[in-house]
Design a protein around this ligand. Structure first.
Ligand SMILES: *[C@@H]1O[C@H](CO)[C@@H](O)[C@H](O)[C@H]1NC(C)=O
Ligand SMILES: *[C@@H]1O[C@H](CO)[C@@H](O)[C@H](O)[C@H]1NC(C)=O
Ligand SMILES: *[C@@H]1O[C@H](CO)[C@@H](O)[C@H](O)[C@H]1NC(C)=O
Ligand SMILES: *[C@@H]1O[C@H](CO)[C@@H](O)[C@H](O)[C@H]1NC(C)=O
Ligand SMILES: *[C@@H]1O[C@H](CO)[C@@H](O)[C@H](O)[C@H]1NC(C)=O
Ligand SMILES: *[C@@H]1O[C@H](CO)[C@@H](O)[C@H](O)[C@H]1NC(C)=O
Ligand SMILES: *[C@@H]1O[C@H](CO)[C@@H](O)[C@H](O)[C@H]1NC(C)=O
Length: 808
């Protein structure tokens, strides 16, 4: 059953090429208007209104088992089969699936009745004396009651739920309220509204807490470029992506000027306010602007007693503070509770647990400037309600500040934050930061809708069929590049762009280049030196005479992916510093341009050199070892585990001495050391021929061993001079694979060593030591083991290869 789901999903992905306008034959003459005295009933599947252009449908939408909301949605589903709801009448009070109806009464009142209930659960409270009112759905998605005099009695545009359509105004009378989750459409905790001072703000508000988080509460409205005198309080976006608000919040979406079929502004359930454009050909919504570029600054995102850390791919990640556990495993907003028995206040002794680079915003019981750590501790011990304190050095003031906290919410963990939290814990609780639950990973999938999720729980016995099918699909469509969906988007909000860029600059220490500068440096992108999944690479010379490689990311084909890739690469590379990893000098993000500036590698990629056969055996052995060192560093030596996910000869570059450096981390995913196991990897990436088998088994975890596998294939390719299968052939089952070919040769040799000569590329110059070569091949074969646990880690590979060299 789940297999068929997978199949239909894939079929859906590839058949979503038909134009969005549906031919009328697919409906049995849908009504365009509801007349006085008539009703739409929940039972009849084709009882709905449709707009003249057939883009929108209004009817009963199923929100759960026997639960329906009268809604407006986009007629055409997205490529994953989901519907885009743009409005709901009764989001918090769904009606029964039988005997419920929406009726336009003779009086002109539009009412929604739940089965057998006399009192309508929703109504427009309208009255039409002309007795001519009609309910219609406008081409722009507006549902309205219109009478003969042309008077609009009521319209859905006046009462938005979480979405604004183009030209639909946000006024002082209404607000946008997020849904509870991606699947639960009832009112959630985040709200966009005009505040009392005429400024558009975002607020988090649940039964216990309320907090404004946008514009940045650390600044006053005018410091964020807002105008508090716009008392008309109206904000709208037009159909070409220009947003205007009376508080002077103006922005253009990243595709402004274009006229996509549809746009929307949505208060998303993750607390971000985003603009989307429909990508018709792919059947997904593209984010074209967002209010918050750092997911962790959205208040309430992680709940009490937990911290949020930014994740370049998923946006953000929540973790419980040490000695606390998640309260509800399906929902972070519940926060974390202590694992220890709370000590009774007054007669307990306490320790303080130091959490560097952490903050909990707000809920300070005091502000104590120019204090010492010990005074701060004493202050916190005095009060039973004190849960801990924030202690930081304020460079502008020249002293340290202490903020005792009575509530630990809005937690943030970021290396950019130069302050510490000290948590108050009873002495009876062991102080340890190695609490494994401390880093329970959780990735918020912020955009929800466009994500194509593969069903992860399917019958193990049927995996073979699934693979065959996947292979077939791959063959038919030329490549098994399942779309990498990433939910981290970079808002190109022009007003705050300098601040955001400043943030990334500070975070990474890279230079931000001007587009004009790079255009000049590359002589208008004249000399192409490479092409990758992410874009084309050009040679350039900077004004300081440095020769650089400039990678121009494909923006137009998929701007979202371009941005995610850029940021993934920037933040990944920012942490890395190793002689076998490519160095990045800077980047450029200007309107539609996305560029990365790398160090230039004189001798191009390993793949170019393998083909031109310039590498003798000594160089090849060095390349094998150094590449392994670079990958080992990626996996194990820096702060976090980083997967490359696309190790192949095209991504191993050679400098003038033919020393290799690993490049192109665009597809990599950052991993915390402790949660490799339960990480949900919703993307399949990589290049055919080099991809580990577990990429195809959607229920196997993706670990650093995928890179080990790819590395093994690269080494075998370098030794045998043969291309791995899949790069140029169909198939991908173990027969025909490069490692299987080598294994067969070894088996055929029956214990003798002459298989080595058979396997090794005889056209390569130089001599090699038989036993060295034999060991290298065996290491490579171990890397290509089918089961990930049978493969060595990259640092074990380095050890084995170093050992070989010593033996010579
Ligand atoms: C219907 O949509 C058009 C534009 O598509 C708009 O000009 C008109 O005012 C709308 N009518 C109502 C009643 O919303
Ligand atoms: C949606 O969330 C609300 C509020 O948390 C809850 O009362 C309701 O039962 C949920 N509905 C579904 C279908 O889960
Ligand atoms: C948005 O684009 C329009 C023209 O397309 C331009 O006049 C306006 O200044 C831009 N606004 C911002 C905030 O960049
Ligand atoms: C966790 O939250 C979900 C959704 O809000 C709810 O349906 C479920 O009952 C909760 N579980 C527990 C154990 O509280
Ligand atoms: C958060 O932790 C504190 C003490 O560590 C505890 O008193 C409080 O109840 C916790 N909050 C929740 C929601 O469990
Ligand atoms: C901080 O406190 C110390 C000692 O109490 C005092 O000498 C110093 O001037 C204070 N610094 C500032 C900037 O107020
Ligand atoms: C490799 O680099 C050296 C030194 O810069 C150069 O002489 C040689 O031509 C380069 N080889 C290739 C294939 O570019």
């Amino acid at each position: 059953m789940t297999l068929s789901f997978l199949l239909s999903l894939i079929v859906l992905i590839f058949t979503y090429q038909t134009p969005l306008i549906i031919s009328s034959s697919s409906f049995s003459s849908p009504p365009f208007a509801l007349k006085l005295g008539l009703s739409l009933t929940v039972e009849k599947k084709d009882d709905f209104l449709i707009s003249q252009n057939r883009l929108y449908t209004a009817g009963f939408y199923s929100v759960g088992v026997n639960a329906y909301c009268f809604s407006i949605w986009l007629t055409k589903p997205l490529s994953d089969g989901s519907q885009t709801i743009v409005w709901m009448a009764n989001r918090d009070l769904p009606v029964n699936g039988k005997f419920s109806k929406l009726s336009l009464l003779k009086t002109g009142n539009l009412i929604l009745r739940d089965a057998y209930q006399r009192v309508p659960i929703w109504s427009t409270s309208t009255r039409d004396t002309t007795q001519t009112a009609l309910l219609r759905l406008n081409n722009s998605g507006n549902l309205f009651l219109l009478n003969r005099d042309g008077k609009v009695l009521w319209q859905s545009f006046d009462s938005p739920t979480d979405t604004l359509l183009p030209n639909q105004p946000l006024t002082k009378l209404v607000s946008l309220v997020s849904s509870r989750s991606s699947t639960n459409h009832s009112s959630g905790f985040f709200k966009l509204f005009f505040d009392n001072d005429n400024v558009v703000r975002l607020v988090y508000s649940d039964s216990k807490l309320t907090g404004i988080y946008w514009p940045d509460p650390e600044f006053r409205a005018w410091e964020s470029g807002r105008n508090i005198y716009g008392s008309r309080r109206i904000a709208t976006m037009d159909s070409s992506g220009h947003f205007i608000s009376t508080d002077d919040l103006l922005f253009n979406t990243s595709d402004a000027g274009d006229e996509p079929l549809l746009r929307r502004l949505t208060m998303d359930f993750d607390g971000n306010f985003r603009a989307y454009s429909l990508d018709e050909s792919r059947g997904i919504w593209q984010v074209t602007w967002q209010a918050m570029s750092e997911g962790c600054k959205i208040h309430g995102s992680c709940g009490e007693n937990s911290t949020c850390s930014n994740d370049p791919i998923y946006g953000r990640k929540c973790s419980c503070i040490p000695n606390h556990r998640m309260i509800n495993h399906t929902d972070w907003s519940y926060g974390c509770e202590p694992e220890f028995k709370p000590a009774s206040c007054g007669n307990s002794e306490y320790n303080f647990l130091h959490l560097p680079h952490s903050d909990f915003w707000g809920y300070d019981s005091r502000y104590m400037p120019n204090t010492t750590l010990s005074t701060c501790k004493k202050e916190c011990l005095k009060s039973c309600s004190c849960k801990g304190f924030q202690f930081k050095y304020d460079w502008s003031k020249g002293f340290t500040i202490c903020y005792p906290k009575f509530l630990l919410v809005n937690g943030l963990r970021s290396t950019n934050f130069n302050g510490s939290m000290y948590l108050k814990v009873p002495k009876s609780v062991p102080l340890s930061l190695n609490n494994s639950r401390d880093v329970q990973g959780f990735n918020l999938n912020c955009s929800g809708k466009p994500t194509i999720q593969l069903d992860r729980v399917y019958d193990i016995n049927r995996q073979k069929d699934a693979i065959k099918f996947l292979m077939l699909t791959a063959y038919v469509f030329g490549a098994l590049e399942l779309i990498c969906i990433s939910s981290f988007f970079y808002g190109t909000r022009s007003r705050s762009i300098t601040r955001e860029q400043g943030y990334y600059q500070a975070a990474t220490g890279f230079k931000q280049f001007r587009y004009a500068e790079l255009k000049k440096a590359s002589k208008n992108f004249k000399e192409e030196i490479g092409r990758g999944g992410g874009g084309i690479v050009y040679k350039g010379v900077l004004s300081d005479n440095r020769v650089v490689a400039i990678k121009r990311l494909n923006y137009e084909s998929s701007n979202r992916r371009g941005e995610a890739e850029l940021l993934a690469e920037i933040s990944t590379l920012g942490r890395l510093n190793h002689m076998n990893l490519i160095e990045i000098y800077g980047y450029c993000a200007e309107s539609k341009h996305r560029l990365l500036v790398y160090e230039y590698m004189e001798n191009g990629s390993l793949s170019q050199n393998l083909q031109s056969n310039k590498l003798d055996w000594d160089k090849r052995l060095d390349i094998a070892l150094d590449t392994a060192k670079g990958l080992a560093y990626l996996h194990e030596e820096c702060l976090e585990w980083i997967l490359h996910c696309d190790v192949k000869p095209q991504n191993i570059l050679l400098d003038r001495d033919y020393k290799p450096k690993v490049a192109d981390f665009g597809l990599s995913k950052l991993l915390d050391r402790n949660d490799t196991r339960d990480l949900e990897f919703t993307r399949a990436c990589g290049t055919r021929g080099y991809m580990a088998p577990e990429w195809l088994f959607v229920n196997l975890p993706i670990t650093s061993k995928v890179d080990v596998f790819s590395y093994g294939v690269v080494i075998l390719e370098m030794i045998t001079g043969r291309r791995p299968t899949g790069a140029n052939q169909s198939g991908g089952s173990s027969e025909g694979r490069l490692d299987s070919w080598v294994r067969e040769k070894i088996a055929a040799a029956g214990g003798k060593n002459d298989w080595i000569q058979e396997v090794v590329d005889s056209t390569v110059d130089g001599n090699y030591n038989m036993s060295t070569m034999g060991t290298l091949i065996k290491v490579a074969l171990r890397c290509c083991e089918e089961y990930k646990d049978a493969r060595p880690t990259m640092s074990q590979v380095v050890d084995m290869l170093l050992h070989v060299e010593k033996d010579d």
